[in-house]
Design a binder for this molecule. Structure first.
Ligand code: ZN
Length: 240
């Protein structure tokens, strides 16, 4: 089975469309939350995910858009974007976001936004955090997002190694336990502005990372037209 794994789309429709147009054929789409927040197209992105039957989990920005998470921990631009999103999303978008679980187990794989220990908030950025995350899941493979940086954490006999996932990296999945982060579709933060996505092939036992160019200026234009903070537009050009 071949699965496209999308995370942190952040209401960036041009980025999502470019990814969907360029990925190889897949059997299903999974998403890892932060579908909305920061970006100018929340309803459009949710409608697109509904149309392709994507299943997934909620992120902290989705919870904030629903009013179910306070935004005190957000930076000022994120706070403004969360208020903007909450005020504008349609009842259909709200209902779809509201139905997303914090954690999902599908096809023997665990899906969370941040980490298995704290699906909403924890950033996994160290081997120690990755080891603790893997200790908190029953499945061999866990998919997570939140950091907006594509990486793989591989655990073998108690040792955890980090693999930085550049464009085109194909990882052969052996007997290790895995924590895989596809990176962000709509707001990459690893210095590469291209949209990021992961294709998991359970038959071939591979995970392949993809980077896709998209019309960044279209999203920037819509961010400015919406009155969202300029910084949210500027950062898309540099992937930071
Ligand atoms: Zn995010």
């Amino acid at each position: 089975m071949r699965l496209a794994v999308l995370s942190d789309i952040h209401a960036n429709l041009p980025a999502l469309e470019a990814v969907l147009a360029s990925l190889p054929r897949v059997d299903a789409f999974w998403h890892l939350g932060d579908v909305v927040g920061y970006g100018p197209h929340p309803d459009e992105v949710v409608a697109r995910l509904r149309a392709i039957g994507a299943v997934g989990v909620r992120g902290n920005h989705d919870a904030a858009a629903l009013g179910e998470l306070g935004v005190e921990g957000f930076n000022p631009a994120a706070q403004r974007a969360a208020s903007w999103t909450a005020a504008r999303i349609s009842p259909e978008t709200r209902a779809w976001l509201g139905a997303l679980p914090e954690r999902l187990e599908v096809e023997g794989v665990t899906l969370v936004h941040g980490s298995p220990r704290d699906p909403t908030w924890e950033y996994v950025t160290t081997a120690r955090e990755a080891a603790a995350s893997l200790a908190a899941v029953a499945t061999r493979c866990c998919l997570h997002g939140h950091t907006h940086v594509p990486v793989a954490w591989l655990e073998d006999e108690g040792r955890v190694d980090l693999v930085r996932a550049t464009d085109g990296l194909e990882l052969a999945l052996g007997t290790e336990r895995l924590l895989l982060n596809p990176g962000s579709v709509g707001q990459p933060r690893d210095g590469d502005p291209r949209a990021a996505a992961l294709v998991l092939d359970t038959g071939a036992a591979t995970a392949t990372w993809h980077r896709v160019r998209y019309p960044v200026s279209d999203t920037q234009r819509d961010i400015r037209a919406a009155g969202l903070p300029d910084w949210l537009a500027d950062r898309l050009a540099v992937g930071r």
